[in-house]
Design a binder for this molecule. Structure first.
Ligand code: G6P
Length: 520
């Protein structure tokens, strides 16, 4: 994707300028690093908005469409000035980041400090004071934009690690708002979080919210332990008491788990469409109809355990426990954070490994690994899921992993085995999967082999169990339960219906666009 441009073809919206006196205000405002669409520049210089990568978009789009809300986020390119506009029944308010801010706030502090710190320091986090300064500055701009768009007493839902200071900054500007924050990635244990030089400011930023949501109970527990050790505040169970400003009333903040999901029925419906089923057949045929088709789908990120998975597969080939062309591995690795050095290094390593395995075990017309450094639209992903026999999710650490859930939702014939890392949030929920420790290469090899040879009967029983769970606990249930808890007050007892009614909604299907490798 081209990284610089100045003009947009997106329709200009009438409302939501980010000014407090602006003409229209919204009952629900989502604040996320990215808009649900990215601005892209075509080869002929024209620009268009395309669905952005990552799980957040798929998770929130149905909520926003139903609630008629506004969404504040970055366009995905530096120095882009774009007017607010309406798309897919959402009011989108682009926030401009300069090239320096993209480098320091997004690539630097968000993705080279907080991201590795939150993922077991798999890659060493870098601590730079000028990155922190940019993070604070950009968080303040997001908070100011939200303060200008929110109606009196509105709900503002802040998302993810890029914006952890927004809840407190926003509360200072607009104490009337009900503020929710959801952390899509793991919250690290105290011993790791404590490395962050600005750890206290980050915790205080999050405590500006009324409700702080996490993927797993363990993440919420880590957060509460951090609050106890790094602040003087009283924490009991899920609740933290924060003294009011200038002798005002105390506030109680709740930290709890709300495991995110996907629009399951959408993937289920997609995988039943005749053209998607035909495409799945075609994919298998193009690969030479292998007896076992293994699939990996990830953003190209060092947290995903892509190298571990390919190494295990290579050893299975070397030992003759799998062989080409009977077996094939398709690895979709969608491009991600390409200006961050750790990601460039990972790309070199993965591509080196794929080259070596193909060189050794491939033949003309039959590769061992089909490596695709692209994003794909959802219906192509559904066809791939449907075509696969074994789905490999081998993350070293992952907040949830929505790819695992997408695969399950697409397995409408109860065919397919999910190999799932213990270190994903999804492992807490998906008990029909074969769980693995991706660091244990021998264990991983045994599990891949077991999945490849699994009898139809066991496969069907496991997949049915998985599907019951994924179809029941979908993204609508997730957002409803978060918003109900946000409306409910800390004891969870009274729910002021007038405040949350308009946020509850019927499920709506949403539009399609290019992407692939959703994760959270
Ligand atoms: C993860 C994060 C999201 C992020 C996505 C894609 O899912 O939790 O906040 O949007 O990765 O990463 P990117 O840096 O491209 O936004």
């Amino acid at each position: 994707m081209t990284r610089t441009q100045t003009e947009t073809t997106g329709p200009a919206g009438a409302a939501g300028t980010g000014e407090a006196q602006g003409p229209q205000q919204y009952e629900i405002v989502v604040v996320a690093n990215r808009l649900p669409v990215d601005l892209t520049v075509e080869e002929d210089g024209s620009t268009s908005w395309r669905r952005s990568p990552g799980g957040l978009v798929s998770a929130l789009e149905p909520v926003m469409q139903a609630a008629d809300g506004a969404w504040i986020g970055w366009t995905g390119s530096p120095d882009v000035e774009a007017e607010p506009f309406d798309a897919d029944d959402m009011h989108l308010v682009p926030l401009t980041l300069s090239a320096d801010e993209v480098a320091d706030y997004y690539e630097g502090f968000s993705n080279d400090t907080l991201w590795p710190l939150s993922h077991d320091v798999i890659s060493p986090p870098e601590f730079h004071r000028h990155w922190w300064d940019a993070y604070r500055r950009v968080n303040r701009r997001f908070a100011e934009a939200a303060a200008g768009l929110a109606a009196p007493g509105a709900v503002v839902w802040v998302h993810d690690y890029q914006l952890q200071l927004v809840p407190a900054l926003l509360r200072e500007l607009r104490p009337d708002l009900r503020i929710g924050y959801f952390h899509h990635i793991p919250f690290p244990p105290l011993e790791i979080f404590a490395q962050l030089p600005w750890r206290r400011q980050v915790v205080e930023g999050l405590l500006g919210a009324d409700l702080v949501g996490f993927q797993r109970a363990g993440d919420a527990g880590n957060f509460i332990r951090v609050v106890r050790r790094l602040t003087d505040l009283a924490a009991r169970g899920q609740l933290v008491t924060v003294p009011g400003h200038d002798g005002g009333e105390d506030r109680v903040v709740r930290a709890a788990a709300f495991p995110i999901s996907i629009d399951s029925s959408r993937f289920d419906a997609m995988a039943r469409r005749p053209e998607v089923r035909a495409r799945a057949e075609e994919i298998r045929a193009d690969l030479g109809n292998p007896a076992v088709l293994l699939l990996g789908v990830d953003r190209l990120d060092y947290t995903k355990g892509i190298r571990h998975r390919i190494k295990a597969y290579g050893e299975l080939l070397a030992e003759g426990r799998l062989s080409v062309p009977d077996a094939a591995l398709v690895q979709v690795a969608s491009p991600s954070r390409e200006n961050v050095e750790a990601y460039q290094q990972l790309r070199d390593e993965v591509e080196g490994l794929v080259g070596r395995i193909n060189g050794e075990f491939g033949a003309i017309g039959s590769a061992a690994v089909y490596y695709l450094h692209h994003s794909y639209p959802p219906d192509e992903m559904a066809a791939l899921y449907l075509a696969a026999d074994v789905m490999l999710v081998t993350s070293l650490r992952d907040g949830m992993n929505l790819v695992a859930k997408e695969f399950v939702a697409a397995c409408v014939d109860d065919r397919g085995v999910l190999v799932l890392s213990e270190f994903t949030g999804a492992a807490d929920e998906l008990s029909g999967a074969l769980l693995v420790n991706p660091h244990d290469i021998d264990g991983l090899k045994d599990t891949i082999e077991r999945a490849a040879r699994m009898e139809r009967k066991e496969m069907r029983a496991r997949m049915r169990k998985l599907r019951r769970r994924v179809l029941a606990d979908d993204v609508t249930k997730w957002s409803d339960s978060f918003l109900a808890a946000l409306g409910a007050g800390v004891d969870g007892a009274e729910v002021p219906e007038q405040d949350v009614d308009h946020l509850r909604h019927a499920h709506q299907p949403h539009g399609e666009g290019p992407r692939g490798g959703d994760d959270a």
